[in-house]
Design a protein around this ligand. Structure first.
Ligand SMILES: Cc1ncc(COP(=O)(O)O)c(C=O)c1O
Length: 374
């Protein structure tokens, strides 16, 4: 009998996988609630979905039987027009997740350090582990701002090759100050600013890319353009890094449908940005509504989600919301296990979330009263 585990890298045998979202149809079966009754506010997707032009483009004859262009020529030209960056500084990935993975595979040898600032997006430490690197977490201050001095010290101490910082950060939605980015750019490491939510924040440092060869800016069509299911992320960076990445990436990483969808989205960007504006207005309403509830302490956010503190009952409330068909994100990790993150939905979805939240808070209050009286 072949020893399959013996064929696998020893460090990967123990790897704890990334905790992805449970697909809607699976949840629907598990909860006994039809898919159309579920309010999915757990993965920062866009409730308005793609532009109608995307659906039109995909229905038209596309060269689906032909392998896509490994050089992503048409896409990179369109992104050049969108970002103002020259084509040579742009590359697309199968979601920005793939670019995170490729950057690590490009730069890291086993044992090399990657610095991040938790609580933050889980893919950085997960991908670091997959490539055999060491993840160095520099905790944020209590107010969720970056500890830039400690980040600099960690990069120097660990001789880190990569630093990953989302701006806005997932899960709290805070942006990294430009002055902090300038300080970090003085380090001899690649600084990856992950701008997955830039269109909601209205700020970006992509303009700095040409001046700083160690700056990488990642973006995606998953959030603002509603294309999470088609997987299209891109990065702007020094052209030498682009050339290396083009050499090591899977040749056909961007499929024909994703390319057609991105071109159609860019052609319809003003109506997509109208939806972004609606979501920003809803975000502010949701934040204000959470502020009004004494049990909740929301954090101001520049993205399409709001993180709020609830206390030790956060996990129980997430499960109670789920029973009502309202899905939000809960992390059992230390430092985050008293919070929930809710994606901004349509006005109707946000109301259903708030109603379900109020009902579960009331239930918990009643439960506590029963305990006190018993
Ligand atoms: C900060 C951050 N970066 C990247 C991603 C992944 O984006 P994509 O769908 O392009 O892989 C996410 C998704 O939640 C995210 O929150």
């Amino acid at each position: 009998m072949i020893d399959i585990a013996g064929l696998v890298r020893p460090d990967l045998q123990k790897l704890v996988g990334y905790t992805p979202i449970v697909p809607l149809d699976v949840l629907s079966r598990r909860l006994g609630i039809p898919v159309e009754r579920l309010v999915k506010l757990d993965a920062n997707e866009n409730p308005y979905g793609p532009s109608p032009r995307v659906l039109e483009a995909l229905a038209h004859e596309q060269p689906y039987a032909i392998y896509p262009d490994p050089d992503q020529t048409v896409l990179r030209a369109a992104l050049s027009e969108y970002t103002g960056q020259p084509v040579e500084r742009l590359i697309c990935g199968n979601g920005s997740d793939e670019l995170i993975d490729l950057l690590m595979r490009l730069c890291l040898s086993p044992g090399d350090a990657v610095v991040e600032s938790p609580p933050t997006f889980g893919m950085y430490s997960f991908n670091t582990a997959v490539v055999g690197g060491r993840s160095i977490g520099v905790p944020r201050h209590a107010d969720w701002t970056l500890d830039v001095d400690a980040l600099i010290a960690a990069v120097e101490r660990e001789q880190a090759k990569l630093v990953f910082l989302p701006s806005p950060n997932n899960p709290d939605g805070s942006v990294v100050e430009r002055s902090d980015i300038m300080r970090l750019l003085a380090l001899p490491a690649l600084l990856v600013i992950d701008e997955a939510y830039a269109e909601f924040a209205g700020v970006s440092v992509i303009d700095l890319v040409g001046q700083h060869p160690n700056l990488v800016v990642l973006r995606t069509f998953s959030k603002w353009a509603g294309l999470a299911g088609l997987r299209l992320g891109y990065g702007a960076m020094d052209e030498r890094i682009v050339r290396y990445l083009l050499q090591i990436k899977p040749p056909y990483n961007i499929n024909v449908a994703a390319q057609a969808a991105v071109l159609a989205s860019l052609a319809d960007r003003s109506s997509l940005m109208d939806k972004v504006a609606l979501l920003i207005a809803e975000r502010e309403r949701l934040y204000a509504a959470l502020c009004e509830r004494p049990a909740c302490k929301p954090l101001p956010s520049r993205a399409n989600f709001v993180l709020f503190h609830l206390g030790p009952q956060a996990g129980a409330i997430k499960r109670a919301l789920e029973q009502e068909g309202v899905l939000v994100r809960y992390y059992s990790k230390p430092g985050l296990n008293e919070y929930l993150r809710v994606t901004v939905g349509t006005p109707e979805q946000n109301l259903r979330f708030l109603d379900a939240l109020d009902a579960s808070l009331l239930d918990i209050q009643h439960e506590e009263m029963r305990h006190e009286l018993a």
